[in-house]
Design a protein around this ligand. Sequence first.
Ligand SMILES: [Zn+2]
Length: 344
Amino acid sequence: MNVSLAERLRAGTMLGAEGYVFELERRGYIKAGPFVPEVVLDFPDAVRELHREFLRAGADVMVALTYYAHREKLRDVGREGDLEAMNRSAVRIAREVAREGSADGGALVAGNVCNTWAYDPDDRATRQTVRAMYAEQLGWAAEEGVDFVISETNDYLGEALIALEVIDGLGLPAMVTLAPTQPGRTRDGYEYGEACRILAAEGAQVVGLNCDRGPATMVPLISTIRDLVECAVAVQPVPYRTTSAEPTMQALRSADGERAFPVALDPFTCTRFEMAQFAVQARELGVDYVGICCGAGPHHVRAMAEALGREVPASKYSPSMELHPMFRTAISAKDAAFLSSWKA
Ligand SMILES: [Zn+2]
């Protein structure tokens, strides 16, 4: 029997791992552009494997891969008929792998919804459309069995509040995070801290930010949120080296001036050490749920877990450079000569 989200949060910093869509795109199972998780039905083993890699790396939550598995997006790729099967299967796969971590209490299972692209704050009719999309996705997730729901990459507070209402209606705990694409406000004009305060007042158990910004440009936004809410705070940046000049992954430009987002971001990727440093920094700022979003690899997650003081199953294979033939202290004369050539 899993403990609840509230109990996990009380027990100490939680570690989240996301970025399933980007990673499965790199592995050849998701098409960049629509980014619809067709992989759930077409290659379920690929999803299972990535869940397992994040679990071994220390993730406390298996997030069902239902990101963009909503009616609007499935219609774009001609698979609206697969909507229910895709949502149900994603939760089943996440549950199945979460149980594999049962030696240490098991991972929690999160249902997942995101921005719909259907919401328009100036058109009240879109609220009903969005509500219906969330209701069907989360209704299936609740039936399959999730411990809580993550509503994420919200551009609009208004849309996030609809998700929260639907999650509440199902009697599930909610973690609601905003996508900080703009310098300081949601697309409907609320400062991020104020938007989080409203979400907390409306009953979200966890609020915060996810995606779009790398640690360098997301961390400065955390403190205000931490100061404004009493509930748990989540921060899940992308592992990319965003800067004050290019604060989001969408703004990053390659040396030849081309937009790197979304499929040429590789040269901007943070090392595992940078993400480990971020995890510690976030915990020191009072963040309760430290995670990682698009671009994440299991090596990042393991380094974050270890920086937070944990030993995880994948730690068995963490680096031991003292065993590397060229880096160990008792290096032979032959190899020492070789090493000098690496400096050339
Ligand atoms: Zn993301």
